[in-house]
Design a protein around this ligand. Structure first.
Ligand code: TRP
Length: 348
């Protein structure tokens, strides 16, 4: 009798039982409360239901910061810590560092053959980028930004992509690329859907439309209580209001937008809104109550951040393990892709 010999098998990725999320951040620095309501909340909410991949898109930083990458490693760490702090649980979510997955640039190369130059030139974020960077013409790499993003999403066959509204056009391009590939070669890819936040963009503390690091008008998830106090008490409100007895405007007033977003005591918010309109409450009281609500919102986030930050090797380990899983999944996808494209010669 011959003993049973177990033949070594290539470990194929586990069979898919749940739909997949692929979402990502460019590591530009610490995340703010606007990022939280924009995408982090969706990530944390959906992590039990979906098999979620969270990609830290460091290669995307090359498209705009090629000669200013000194802080990129610190920014990657901040991004991961902020996601962990926001409750994106590494036991449930696969954290991936883009540059540790070589299959992504390979897929990007193949996808770049499926998209015309005028098509990517029409993507609205490109104009914004050029304006922000003060450039007249994009590099070849910047033009490919959304194509690279399509490779991020499709290398793990993501079904759902929680992103901010500005990213919708990138997911639309991803769908077109998936469709084109499937038609030309073989039906390998899903057509991913964008999942957009159901709230509008959170304004800056200065009342500007957008919150951002360069604008110095953001409240960060990692801000300590005193910093938050300073920022909230200095917030822009109704500029026409001089005395607490003047009737005030709540529509578009950032202090009230923040109350609506972070204050769980709806009755208090309604009461403040009414009294503000009638000139029966001062700005200081409205801000004091917002400050209390924000501190209550941020307290568990700060606590988790401190716990994770106290374990120095943790971020590295989370990224290493998650990226390894992503490489396995992407390797499988790329096998299928090369076979479909007749690129599977020489054992590829
Ligand atoms: N472009 C996204 C942003 O600027 C970040 C990103 C990179 C991303 N790759 C992704 C988002 C894949 C979703 C899916 O916010």
């Amino acid at each position: 009798m011959t003993a049973a010999v177990s033949t070594p098998k290539m470990t194929a990725p586990a069979k898919r039982t749940r739909k997949r999320i692929l979402t990502g951040d460019r590591p530009t620095g610490p995340l703010h409360v606007g990022n939280y309501v924009g995408t982090l909340a969706n990530r944390a909410r959906l992590q039990d239901e979906y098999d979620t991949f969270l990609l830290v898109a460091d290669h995307h930083m090359l498209t705009t910061r090629l000669t200013a990458l000194a802080e990129i490693e610190a920014n990657i760490r901040d991004d991961v810590l902020d996601n962990l702090a926001a409750g994106v649980d590494p036991e449930k979510v696969t954290y991936v560092l883009q540059s540790l997955v070589p299959q992504i640039p390979e897929l990007h190369l193949y996808f770049s053959m499926l998209v015309s130059v005028p098509r990517v030139q029409r993507i609205p974020t490109l104009k914004d980028q050029l304006r922000d960077l003060g450039l007249r013409e994009p590099t070849y790499g910047l033009l490919g930004y959304p194509v690279l993003q399509a490779a991020d999403i499709l290398c793990v066959k993501g079904d759902l992509v929680p992103v901010g509204k500005d990213q919708e056009s990138h997911v639309e391009l991803t769908r077109e690329i998936a469709r084109r590939f499937n038609e030309l070669f073989a039906p390998i890819f899903p057509e991913p859907q964008a999942l957009l936040p159901d709230v509008g963009l959170l304004p800056g503390t200065d009342g500007r439309e957008k919150m951002g690091k360069s604008l110095d008008n953001a409240i960060y998830l990692s801000d300590d209580p005193r910093t938050v106090e300073r920022k909230v008490m200095g917030m822009y409100t109704d500029p026409k209001r001089i005395r607490a007895t003047d009737p005030g405007t709540v529509e578009g007033n950032p202090v009230f937008v923040y109350h609506d977003t972070f204050n769980t005591d709806r009755a208090e918010v309604e009461d403040l809104r009414r009294r503000y309109r009638e000139g029966r409450v001062g700005d200081v009281e409205v801000k004091r109550r917002l400050l209390a609500a924000l501190q209550a919102f941020l307290a568990p986030i700060r606590e988790r951040r401190a716990e994770y930050a106290a374990r120095p090797r943790l971020v590295d380990e989370i990224l290493a393990a998650g990226s390894e899983r992503a490489r396995r999944e992407a390797a499988q996808t790329l096998h299928e892709v090369r076979a479909a494209m007749k690129l599977d010669y020489f054992g590829r």
